[in-house]
Design a protein around this ligand. Structure first.
Ligand code: M6R
Length: 598
């Protein structure tokens, strides 16, 4: 979703902003813009629809300036257009802002303060900049104006603000939407995440909700909404700036699919003793899982699908009951909870607003929580009682791949560590799974051909499976639909004949996943049922239960870990289906990597 970057220092701000926006592109956006303030107090704004590469072509700025803000916009209020793109300026030109978030009381603010005012854009953000100006004119003090602004806004907002009369200050405000401050030598920065600033610094301050900060070239001062000064230590991220490029790969998604074996091995390494003989984890986390009478997994999208597999792992390995809940549903429709619940939040980004909204409630209710996330110091990581990292390395492609397999591996370790008598050696089994993932990735040519044969011209496609294969079918279909735009669903194979089979017509692709012996024959008869009705069927199976006609056969892994391997061919199929269609694989239409609004 929207990305923010801002800089105050001595270097050429234009290039720093454009470079920062390029590193935020992965979050998803439809337009972008920058605002630059020179030493004479003149602000130049450049913005346009489309990619940052398009913005580059219109930024015609040769002056020396070293303070500015930039933005990638994912539309919520008002269509994607140049006019609605950020930055937005107060009509008198004094204040310029970039905004990420949604202002919930925009109608009331319009009515109360700007009843006859003619706004230029359709955005809620323009109200913010006019309100700053309004309060400034009332109190003649920018800081006071910002505090009044914060007191009047309901909703989520991360703001970068420049005041044309103060070329030595960059203001930043945060509530609910993510925002970090980057600490440099002779410069300071702001960004929606560390990625935007990683080529300049690896030292960051977090801003909490309802806080604002004033940055100069040499200082960072953080304040509460009351104006009280906050003292806080910075943290250092181990994000490696070299990990944030795609090397020789044509797309991040392909690179990230290939990285999955390495990620599983890294997880084994990070969560085990030096000799890789036994897993180790914070005992408080293990106790929290053991003490709970039911786990509630809260997540969205791919992370939700990983949660479905996590349920199987906790129930089968640790005999612990689990509910898996879509975050955006749970937040407004909370089920009756057990006596001693533990909430596990699964999120690649650690920033998903729907999940965070649930965590805020859970914290209010005083229940323990565990965030399983890929981003250290992300909001969920910070705000949950406990946290575990996925160690997957930055995931840039909007379509999540390595985070999904990492989530499953980490949840497996959690479940495994809560039982005293181990029935299998998880370190060994995960290592085997990593090897199998590698061998699947070596067979891309076969999968490319299968994608061409089954998915090139189709309008729709169904994934089917039973048991844990059903969970993988859900993820497989999400991957396919989000990057190839093929209409696809994952179904419980046994449910087909209760309605869905009516959709099967000649040549409809139906891809079945079969990894468990006990459902092998049943799923195969469902495959026959659709084949008889004209479907073009493809079976992805495990070797020990495969049949000669299966389209893609995978070496065996432990029966509880099959999702780690069965998902991989489906990711590769989705990749090649999108490639055949000439689509923007890493940045599919309408989607954002980090979904920071509810
Ligand atoms: O960062 P999160 O894991 O919380 O994100 C949740 C979903 O937005 C995300 O998994 C989304 O579904 C992906 N685009 C799927 O590939």
């Amino acid at each position: 979703m929207c990305g923010i970057v801002g800089y105050i220092g001595y270097e050429d701000v234009k290039e720093i902003l454009l470079g920062g926006l390029e590193r935020l592109e992965y979050r998803g956006y439809d337009s972008s813009g920058i605002g630059i303030l020179n030493d004479q107090g003149q602000v130049s704004v450049f913005k346009d629809l489309g990619r940052v590469s398009q913005l580059r072509t219109i930024v015609d700025y040769e002056e020396k300036a070293s303070i500015g803000i930039g933005h990638t916009r994912w539309s919520t209020h008002g269509e994607p257009s140049k006019n609605n793109a950020h930055p937005h300026q107060s009509k008198n030109g004094r204040f310029t802002i970039v905004h990420n978030g949604v202002i919930e009381n925009e109608d009331i603010l319009r009515e109360n303060y700007f009843a006859s005012f003619k706004f230029i854009s359709e955005t809620d953000s323009e109200i913010i900049v006019e309100l700053i100006n309004y309060f400034y004119e009332l109190y003649n003090d920018v800081e006071l104006a910002i505090r009044h602004l914060m007191n009047h806004l309901n909703g989520s907002y991360a703001l970068g603000i420049i005041d044309s009369q103060q070329p030595d200050k960059l203001y930043v405000v945060k509530n609910k939407s993510p925002l970090l401050i980057g600490l440099g030598e002779g410069f300071n920065m702001i960004g929606s995440d560390a990625m935007a600033m990683i080529t300049k610094t690896n030292k960051f301050y977090e801003l909490n909700d309802q806080e604002y900060a004033i940055l100069t070239r040499d200082s960072i001062s953080i304040f509460e909404i009351t104006g009280a000064k906050v003292t806080r230590d910075y943290f250092i991220t181990n994000l490696d700036k070299d990990q944030v490029n795609k090397g020789t790969y044509p797309h991040y998604m392909l690179k990230e699919i290939d990285e999955q074996a390495v990620v599983i091995r890294r997880i084994i390494d990070k969560y085990s003793d030096k000799r890789h003989e036994r897993f180790i984890m914070d005992q408080n986390i293990i106790d929290a899982i053991k003490d709970s009478d039911r786990i509630y997994i809260i997540a969205a999208g791919t992370s939700y699908n990983a949660g479905l597999v996590g349920k199987q792992l906790f129930e089968k390995i640790a005999n612990k009951p689990v509910d898996v809940c879509v975050a955006s549903e749970f937040v407004y429709n909370q089920p009756v909870l057990s006596q001693k619940p533990l909430f596990i939040f699964i999120s690649q980004s650690g920033e998903t607003a729907d999940s965070r909204a649930v965590l805020v409630n859970v914290n209010k209710l005083g229940y323990p929580s565990l965030a399983v996330t890929n981003v250290e110091n992300s909001t969920l990581y910070r705000e949950a009682t406990y946290n575990l990292l996925l160690h997957a390395g930055p995931e840039i492609a909007v379509a999540s791949t390595k985070a999904y397999t990492a989530q499953i591996a980490v949840l497996a370790i959690c479940a495994y560590l809560t039982v005293d008598v181990k029935e299998f050696d998880l370190i060994h089994e995960l290592s085997l799974a990593a090897n199998v993932i590698e061998s699947i990735c070596d067979q891309k040519e076969i999968l490319k051909e299968l994608a061409s044969c089954f998915l090139r011209d189709t309008r729709n496609c169904f994934y089917i499976g039973r048991h844990v294969d059903y969970a993988v079918a859900m993820e497989a279909s999400l991957k396919l639909k989000e990057i190839s735009y093929i209409q696809t669903e994952g179904f419980a194979a046994g449910e087909l004949k209760h309605g869905t089979i009516a959709l099967i017509e000649k040549d409809t692709p139906v891809i079945a996943i079969i990894s468990q012996e006990e459902i092998n024959l049943n799923t195969r008869s469902n495959v026959k049922e659709v084949k008889t009705r004209g479907a073009n069927t493809l079976v992805i199976s495990l070797k020990s239960i495969s049949s000669e006609s299966d389209g893609f056969v995978i070496d065996d892994v432990h029966k509880l870990l099959t999702p780690l391997v069965t998902v991989v061919p489906t990711q590769i199929l989705a990749y090649y289906a999108a490639l055949e269609r000439g689509l923007d694989i890493d940045k599919p239409r309408n989607l954002a990597k980090s979904v920071t609004v509810e």
